[in-house]
Design a binder for this molecule. Structure first.
Ligand code: F6R
Length: 242
């Protein structure tokens, strides 16, 4: 694990955007694994700015998002498909056929997950996977559990995650109980992983991920075993590191 600490979240986001941009410049047909949530927003803003300046071209990349809520379709304001459309895809003029996100409305969620893993394999595997970090140490929606998960699957969200993500849902809106997520093995197969964590709420999970044992109760700790994982932190998220 290569851990880098930046004075603030903006600089950590720029560093992440530079790594992603480097991947796309080196291979314009890169297969990118993408994340949603608050952490990637400033990263996507940087990437959009680079695309608008003409230094980055997303026309040939292929993307696979980590996860989607069960029950939310692409038009739902809280779906991850909609989030990605608004915060990245539409602004870098990506076409539908370049984009992959698990279908939250799939009649057979497990079949959808198998098809999703097959699509990643068919695309040649993920060149770079961007990750955020849950307060409970989750990556994707792989929640603390007795065992590390393998391939993509349908997961029941933990109460902590539902509480943390409530802020994205309007009042009165029912928060989904389940999500489709890439499994830990799907994530670990990415050739490169870039995890970004910012803010004081992530400090304990960051410490456990980096300094603790590899433990499925801290799903992100598995990244200690990845050959090319980079962790980008701001000083608040790194505050419990020695
Ligand atoms: C999002 C995802 C989650 C988030 C994590 C951190 O696609 O898979 O693992 O990365 O919950 O979320 P934020 O960035 O909102 O703190």
């Amino acid at each position: 694990m290569n851990v880098r600490v930046y004075p603030n979240g903006d600089l950590a986001a720029i560093a992440a955007a530079v790594l992603i941009a480097g991947q796309v410049v080196d291979d314009p047909q890169s297969v990118l694994g993408l994340a949603t949530g608050s952490t990637p927003l400033p990263i996507y803003r940087e990437l959009i700015a680079m695309a608008h300046r003409g230094v980055l071209d997303f026309r040939r990349v292929v993307t696979f998002n980590l996860d989607e809520y069960v029950g939310l379709g692409p038009e739902h304001p809280c779906s991850y498909r909609r989030f990605m459309q608004e915060n990245l895809f539409s602004q870098v003029k990506m076409r539908e056929e370049q984009i992959h996100i698990p279908d939250g409305l799939a009649a057979d969620p497990e079949a959808e997950c198998r098809a999703y893993d097959a699509a990643i394999a068919e695309a040649g595997g993920l060149d770079l996977q961007l990750l955020g970090l849950g307060v409970n140490g989750h990556i994707g929606f792989n929640e603390p559990a007795p065992r590390f998960t393998t391939n993509s699957y349908c997961v029941r969200l933990s109460e902590q995650t539902r509480r943390d993500n409530r802020r994205f849902f309007a009042q009165g809106e029912t928060m989904p109980t389940h999500a489709l997520t890439m499994g830990i093995a799907s994530i670990m197969q990415a050739r490169r992983i870039v995890l970004v964590a910012t803010g004081p709420k992530k400090a304990q999970a960051v410490r456990d991920m980096i300094l603790g044992p590899v433990d499925p109760m801290v799903p992100a700790s598995i990244l200690q075993m990845h050959r090319h994982a980079t962790v980008l932190l701001d000083s608040e998220a790194a505050s419990l590191l020695p």
